[in-house]
Design a protein around this ligand. Sequence first.
Ligand code: F6P
Length: 454
Amino acid sequence: MATVLVASNRGPVSYVRGEDGSLDARRGGGGLVSGLSAVSSDAPQESLWVCAALGEGDREAVRRGVGEPGVRMLEIPPDVYDDAYNGIANSVLWFLHHHLYDIPRAPVFDADFRRRWASYRAYNRAFAEALAAEAAEGAAVLVQDYHLALVPGQLRALRPDLRISHFTHTPWASPDYLRMLPDDIREELMSGMLGADELGFHTTVWASAFQSCADGGTAGTRVSVHPLGVDADELRALAHRPEVDEKLARLRAEVGDRRTIVRVDRTELSKNILRGLLAYRELLTVHPEWRERVVHLASAYPSRQDLDVYRDYTASVAELAERINTEFGTPGWQPVLVSVQDDFARSLAAYRLADVALVNPVRDGMNLVAKEIPVVSEAGCALVLSTGAGAYEELKDDALTVNPFDVSATAEALHTALSMPDADRADRTKRLAATATALPPQRWFLDQLEALSR
Ligand code: F6P
């Protein structure tokens, strides 16, 4: 039986089926992986990570009994999983927490929504049951994210002895926005969350939003703020692998001695990539002195491509970048270099090359890119940062901050960032990097574990 359990939709490992039928395990990184490693290496604690089987490879692994020690994958019926993950978590809860609805058309809460919500409840229930079965008496259970918002309440009913926390990696919706949900569903969501002893958020803004949504108060549940940061040593080591050096040499050859504006995002609707490109276009129009002297390196990894709205958004990003290149490009200069591959090594190379980092989400739980670029950039970078990013709360004093909807102000901030004297840029970068690394993943995770045992 485990004494520390983590639950998240996406786990630390996934399986891909090879042509010969073999299963190839791919291990992921990220804050939770390094956080939990601090526990696993800490003797008498026995840890278990409960996650969902995501694709066919994972399902096959579960069926064949293939697995990693300390990880349990749940095989949820594919139609139930699709309704819960795509139909509710990504299409409803993600939209609510990031304020993304195009109100004249959406949301529509009809019979089909109710069917998907029943699947979401069942999927959460599968996690609650697995956790209840695996947890030792009095164990600590750390549930992650909007996919599993009902788990704390469901698990509390099954196992009142457990200490349960839930961490939200996204923003939390404002009360008016959350009130769009049908009353009974909103109450189910809130009471699911309030089944936890501890609720964690990245910033005080999202924690307060949650508290304002809890009409009946949060008695019995502590709400706390743990702003996830980056591990400087680990990130610098990753950024100086030979593979990254190679990509850097290639990027340098393309960019020449021009300045760079770097952005790296998963292509999510909340990342505001289109307005970022519009701001770059306005910069080249209003400040033509930058033409031929700057290159915008934009990495936009594909994300959640099962959903039409994500695919359309990705296509719009590529189209707009192409339009800018056609409008302003010259035989020796391509203004925007877009990469739509999930290529972490290229992103790290771009980080190293960054003179300016553009992070302009409309709303974002934290945004670790805003913290990573200052740690890795070689010459120091000026950070153009949206007021909607969770990272704004910690980094605002040393960033150039912008309203994410104000394209002209963003263009002007890019101009200021590109024109910033080297010494000012270096000073700000040093302070940004210090703040960014204040709470590295292992500490972030252990803090939550300690809070749970108080
Ligand atoms: O970035 C916010 C976040 O909720 C992360 O916590 C989580 O890992 C991710 O989004 C979920 O993304 P995906 O749908 O690709 O698993």
